[in-house]
Design a protein around this ligand. Structure first.
Ligand code: NAI
Ligand code: MG
Length: 489
């Protein structure tokens, strides 16, 4: 526990003992090949790159760097596999997806540790959220595989073909599950590219997929950076693209596919408003604020990164928030007590630090708890900015780190206006005891997801996606199936 000498409540003289999760049960190979056509294959150019542990800078493994020729091999294998996979009955497809879900559950502990090692997130999150939710997505969509006719009655849903899926580094395995599960359930085949800083759990998933006996070529997993992603996007035999990542790359993909018949879903950035009314349960709301912005170090597209507190309770909410931040434990992601882990990459840390500098230059008032950040690795203390307004860059732009911009409001109309004043529209949170206020806001907030008296809750059955620069299309639930089907006339 971090100590604050000025705070009588939290100046405890004790600290939590270390509680690190052991790593002796996991297996990470020195080198990973690409998973193409049911086999772990050396990249054509035999080039590899390192993935590191952002908490220590240690190299964990090297992974294949897929170039155009590898991308082509993967797409061709998916195209070939589509012929038989798309004809298989939904019941048979479902069996494979259930098998993948169960294998993932069996190896959940190993996956959780590797997710935290490779990406820096606290083990508490990878163990309790990322991995179970990923398995849950496979279970959920396995259930739909033989019920598509019921999902879309009288519409004769048909698969599209080869789905190119490009995912980010903030929820590596979970994003792979969000993408692969609905694609398989609907009879499509897949080429998935994980992010360059967090490829390991996707490659482990390839092992599970292999073990499940899924016909070869149905899922191909290739690693590489932006160029590999671009080659995949531009491949003429790709029929559908599902992308989660930055708004800039999303715009690039939209341009690259304009005029083609490729179907596209984009899940991009966000600047979620978290709104606390004076009648909210204050202590719960403070927990909600912490969860909204510090979950996964703030590397969350739907993070509640703009806080709006009703003026009458602003002082008490901010005081309680500061006290709570003083108790957050920052450090070793593998420690079961850790609340905030490592920043995913040096590049992202630089981005976050730059925004903190911008916030200060623009006149924001900063608060960070006193805490000792580990020496090696990428770390950022949880940060609040007060005294900011709508025009500040840290209020408008996505920071994707543990940095919260706080503003106050007086009336409902005012807060709706402020909350919607953003190029994004992914998420929002409303904290109030009044149901009527919740309904009023959920209708008027321009956001794909609005949470009431909670934040960052996910379920495979509920659709997720944004408006405006946050992207288009929905993932999850029945809506998530639509992105992977076409209707026979
Ligand atoms: P990014 O958008 O470059 O990376 C996401 C994925 O896209 C990675 O797999 C990457 O290899 C791939 N990619 C990069 N360039 C590509 C291209 N031209 N064609 C196809 N695929 C390409 O995101 P980056 O640079 O890692 O992060 C920058 C910012 O993006 C973050 O600070 C954050 O604001 C935002 N972001 C949002 C995410 C979300 O969940 N919506 C996830 C990751 C980043
Ligand atoms: Mg890594």
């Amino acid at each position: 526990m971090q100590k604050d000498k000025n705070n009588p409540v939290f100046n405890a003289t004790w600290t939590y003992a270390d509680a690190p999760e052991s790593t002796n049960h996991i297996q990470i190979k020195k080198r990973y090949h690409l998973y193409i056509n049911g086999a772990f294959t050396e990249p054509v150019q035999k080039s590899y790159f390192d993935t590191t542990n952002p908490a220590t800078q240690e190299i964990l493994a090297e992974v294949g760097n897929a170039t155009n020729q590898d991308v082509d091999k993967a797409v061709q294998s998916a195209k070939k596999a589509f012929k038989s996979w798309s004809k298989l009955s939904g019941k048979e497809r479902g069996k494979y997806i259930f098998r993948i879900a169960r294998l993932l559950q069996e190896r959940a502990r190993e996956f959780a540790v590797i997710e935290s090692l490779d990406g820096g997130k606290p083990i508490r999150e990878s163990r309790d959220i990322d991995i179970p939710l990923a398995a849950n997505h496979f279970f959920y969509y396995a259930g739909w595989a033989d019920k598509l006719e019921y999902a879309f009655p009288n519409r004769k849903p048909k698969p599209i073909g080869v789905a190119a899926q490009i995912i980010p580094w903030n929820f590596p395995l979970l994003m792979a599950a969000w993408k692969i599960a609905p694609a398989l359930a609907t009879g499509n085949t897949v080429v998935l590219k994980p992010a360059e800083t967090t490829p390991l759990t996707a490659l482990k998933l390839a092992e599970i997929i292999h073990e499940s006996g899924l016909p070869k070529g149905v899922v191909n997993i290739i690693t590489g950076a932006g160029e590999t992603g671009a080659a995949l996007v531009n491949h003429p035999d790709v029929n559908k693209i599902a992308f989660t990542g930055s708004t800039n790359v999303g715009k690039y993909i939209q341009k690259a596919t304009a005029g083609s018949s490729k179907k596209l879903t984009l899940e991009l950035g966000g600047k979620g408003a978290n709104i606390i009314f004076e009648d909210a349960a204050i202590d719960q709301a403070v927990e909600g604020i912490v969860n909204a912005i510090f979950f996964n170090q703030g590397h969350v597209c739907c993070a509640g990164s703009r806080l709006f507190v009703q003026e009458s309770v602003a002082a008490i909410v901010i005081e309680k928030l500061k006290q709570r931040m003083q108790t957050l434990i920052i450090g070793n992601p593998l420690d079961k007590n850790t609340d905030i882990g490592a920043i995913n990459s040096k590049k992202q840390l630089k981005t976050i630090k730059n925004y903190i500098k911008i916030g200060l230059e623009e006149g924001g008032e900063i608060y960070q708890p006193t805490c000792n950040l580990p020496k090696n690795g990428n770390w950022c203390a949880p940060t609040l900015f007060l005294n900011v307004s709508q025009s500040h860059r840290i209020v408008q732009e996505e920071i994707f780190g543990p940095v919260l911009a706080i503003q106050t409001f007086r009336t409902i109309d005012e807060v709706i206006e402020k909350a919607n004043n953003t190029p994004y529209g992914l998420s929002a949170g409303v904290w109030t005891q009044k149901g009527s206020k919740i309904f009023q806001l959920t209708q008027k907030l321009n956001a794909g997801v609005v949470w009431a008296n909670t934040f960052n809750k996910f379920d495979p059955s509920s659709p997720f996606g944004g408006y405006k620069e946050s992207g288009m299309g929905r993932e999850g639930g029945l809506h998530g199936l639509k992105a992977y089907i076409k209707f026979e006339e």
